[in-house]
Design a protein around this ligand. Structure first.
Ligand code: F0G
Length: 401
């Protein structure tokens, strides 16, 4: 049992209303469960396979979900990077290991399942890339059309390839992500398409399971939970999930929610630094981490609550720090991620260097998308392969063993 509730004024809506913002005050909506009537125990959950659907009592879908077997991603101990930073308890949750290569699949299995449950025939989103790749795949699985709007020239190659191959209608908008999101929102309201950006409260329900899995995999709660922040949906979702576990009496504390943004695109960091009541949108965000190239994060209101109420923080890292950490993760830990994903670990390095971290903390960084998403940025950073004639002498002359 659940309903939708406005996070600002508390006005409630029936669960089957197609609505993306409060009609009373225009603020964000969230799914609110009747937790007193939820009958489940941690032991029961832990007997099920590790996946989004392990936690189905805290998800809004009632029938069989549209699933590609999302979730159940690895939690790695970052041994070498942790040693370098003096952090013995540093972990990375590799969300690039989801079916379409990013954490978005957790939201889309729930969001597309809800689209069908609500009788919607066409799904849509704006995206910096990963949301569109994921939506395209889940719409294909569901057998319904998807429309995706991308900021022209600013989406990594692998993501565009995925959206195209899974059969979405892919539209390049001459404008940035923030404008594309406004456009698709308008389109969905005027033409009845189902909007699956993170203003959709159901999608965020799937994403909160990252936090649940971390709790199950570690066997305890981390002290700090670190995410790259773009539209600020993911950090809000994980916080909401942990609050539910608290209310159910399953956990006693919520980790310090820590958001990392790229220096050229960091409105949430500014709001935290200057203690602003809301973010001031940035009109021309820019970063090599195109996934988080967002100036007006729609979930900022929820994210600021998540960060402030847990004693967390938000900091910015430069593109150079992001790319250096992408290399470190790949070469010291064997973990291949796209630039935005490396921002979480780069942010921890920065906090260590600033002396702003207790080194005994158990820290979990979410690395959000796979290395193959953005091959062009990878190739630019690496030396090209050395070409040799097809004989052993040439090979040995190059290898110099
Ligand atoms: N990391 C990656 C790889 C992403 O693709 C995104 C968001 C984020 C982090 C930030 O998550 O928006 O919940 O704060 N990508 C969206 C997209 C915007 O369209 O794919 P957030």
């Amino acid at each position: 049992m659940y309903r939708l509730i406005c996070v600002n004024c508390g006005y409630t809506y029936r669960k089957d209303e197609i609505i993306y913002e409060c009609r009373e005050c225009g603020h964000l909506l969230a799914v609110e469960y009747d937790l007193k009537n939820i009958q489940v125990s941690l032991e029961e959950w832990r007997q099920r396979p590790l996946s989004v659907w392990r936690y189905r009592e805290l998800l809004p879908v009632s029938g069989a979900p549209v699933t590609l077997q999302e979730g159940g991603t690895p939690l790695y101990h970052l041994k070498r990077i942790g040693e370098e930073l003096g952090l013995p308890h540093l972990y990375a949750k590799h969300e690039g290991m989801n079916p379409s290569g990013s954490f978005k699949d957790r939201g889309m299995t729930v969001g597309v399942s809800m689209a069908l449950e609500l009788g919607k025939k066409v799904v849509a989103c704006a995206s910096t890339g990963n949301t569109s790749a994921s939506l395209a795949a889940y719409a294909a699985k569901a057998g319904i059309p998807a429309v995706v709007l991308l900021p022209a020239g600013k989406v990594a190659l692998g993501k565009v390839a995925q959206a195209l191959m899974h059969g979405a209608r892919v539209i390049s908008v001459r404008g940035n992500f923030d404008r594309a999101l406004e456009m698709v929102h308008e389109l969905c309201i005027s033409h009845g398409l189902y909007l699956l950006n993170s203003v959709n409260p159901f999608r965020l329900e799937g994403q909160k399971t990252i936090g649940f899995e971390v709790f199950d995999q570690l066997g305890r709660m981390p002290d700090r939970f670190v995410l790259p922040v773009g539209n600020a949906g993911n950090i809000s979702a994980v916080y909401k999930g942990y609050k539910e576990l608290m209310d159910l009496g399953f956990i006693e504390k919520i980790p310090k929610m820590t958001g990392i943004q790229a220096a050229g695109s960091s409105p949430v960091v500014r709001a935290i630094e200057e203690n602003l009541p809301a973010v001031v949108p940035e009109l021309s965000p820019e970063t090599v981490a195109t996934a988080i190239r967002i100036g007006a994060p729609v979930n900022a209101e929820k994210a600021l609550t998540a960060i402030r109420s847990t004693g967390g923080t938000a900091i910015r890292v430069s593109d150079a720090e992001i790319l250096a950490m992408q290399c470190s993760l790949a070469q010291k830990e064997g973990i291949g991620v796209e630039p935005a994903s490396a921002a979480s670990v780069a942010g921890i390095k920065r906090l260590v260097e600033d002396g702003a971290l207790d080194k005994d903390e158990t820290i979990v960084c979410v690395v959000t998308g796979h290395l193959l998403k953005d091959p062009e940025t990878v190739i630019k950073q690496c030396k090209p392969p050395v070409e040799v004639d097809a004989n052993l002498t040439s090979l040995l002359s190059v290898l110099q063993l």
